[in-house]
Design a protein around this ligand. Structure first.
Ligand code: CP
Length: 343
């Protein structure tokens, strides 16, 4: 332990498999301590700044509760109430918050091309670790909890297990691409075979898919892409169907002149989604998967659209275990990286 102190946590691909294993071991230990009531005051009096450009239930509360349980404190910050909304730069924000605390965590996920680059700029200038709470490219604190949950269920050695990462219909909003992208990036490196399924037009970022293919090749596992949800489910050990928006349309939000234009793009994304209402995880599709397959979702799920209540509340669903593991992995990341000020 201790090799990660001072590092930023922006994408899982920035970390070796051995380092990911180190984080997972820390999360497992922290989970056992949490359940046995043992105090884990590893970051006494430390402060983490949480900047949310988007809404959150799990991530915000995993980090807020997590830092409290580690003996520190979080500041919940929204750009609308910060000088960020008056144009203060990522560089200045990184320098200033970094001088006042021990870690900075950022969620900036809705516009392709923006979030990852913003947090990497903050990290370049911050003297303390920067943690990605979801960007346009990756959601690494989610996928760390996902692999922890998969190992808890199937055992430490998951080589040869197949995960189906598939699109699902959602009418609520154009969801970021970062969860499926994070999954296809990390899971091959952890030894899982991956099949990615989506309707035509819902391609993930080409660089991310190319890297995932390369990682699968290096790890000696399978990586396939299909436009059939049924084909993806065939024989899968883990099914992870969730919605995401059309990348090209979402990118247009970057250049939108005003809120009216952003709203029009969002409407167009939802109209596209509505053409694929049959992309739902239901009992019929679960029967296509392996007999002991599990259903996962980062949540929130659009019930009745991405998934039926029967599946998400059924015996194959491990979504609440998965959600709880957000707490333990968030604590592992903070405890491993923030333990000392580097100056
Ligand atoms: N899965 C996830 O990131 O949930 P929140 O959006 O509620 O943080």
């Amino acid at each position: 332990m201790g090799t990660l102190i001072g590092r930023d946590f922006i994408e899982t691909r920035d970390f070796s498999v051995a380092e990911i294993d180190e984080l997972l071991a820390a999360a497992t230990e922290l989970k056992a301590d949490f359940h046995s009531g043992k105090a884990t005051l590893r970051l006494p009096n430390q402060t983490i700044f949480l900047i949310f450009f988007d809404k959150s239930t799990r991530t915000r509360n995993a980090f807020e509760a997590g830092i409290t349980q580690l003996g520190g404190h979080a500041h919940f910050l929204e750009p609308a109430s910060l000088q960020i909304s008056h144009g203060e730069t990522a560089r200045d924000t990184g320098i200033i918050l970094g001088q006042m605390g021990h870690g900075i965590a950022i969620r900036h996920d809705l516009i392709p091309g923006m979030g990852n680059s913003y947090m990497r700029q903050v990290a370049e200038h911050s003297p303390v670790p920067v943690i990605n709470m979801q960007c346009d490219i990756d959601h690494p604190t989610q996928t760390l909890a996902d692999i922890m949950t998969i190992r808890e269920h199937f055992g430490q050695n998951v080589r040869g297990k197949k995960i189906a990462v598939t699109w699902g219909f959602a009418p609520s909003y154009a969801k970021p691409l970062s969860v499926p992208q994070g999954l296809i990036s990390l899971m091959p490196r952890m030894g899982l075979d991956v099949v990615l399924a989506h309707p035509p037009g819902y391609d993930l970022m080409p660089d991310v898919v190319a890297q995932a293919k390369e990682s699968a090749k290096e790890a000696g596992v399978k990586f396939e892409v299909t436009d059939s949800m049924d084909a993806a489910f065939e024989g899968a050990d883990i099914v992870y169907p969730k919605s995401w928006g059309v990348c090209d349309l979402m990118t247009k939000k970057c250049d939108a002149a005003d809120q009216k234009e952003i709203d029009a793009i969002e409407k167009e994304c939802l109209a596209m989604n509505a053409k694929h209402k049959d992309w739902i995880c239901d009992a019929r599709r679960m029967k296509l998967a392996a007999k002991d397959a599990v259903y996962m979702h980062c949540l929130p799920a659009d019930r009745g659209c991405e998934v039926t209540d029967e599946v998400i509340d059924g015996p194959q669903s491990i979504v609440f275990q998965e959600a709880e593991n957000r707490l333990h992995t968030a604590k592992a990341i903070m405890a491993s990286m923030m333990r000392e000020r580097p100056f």
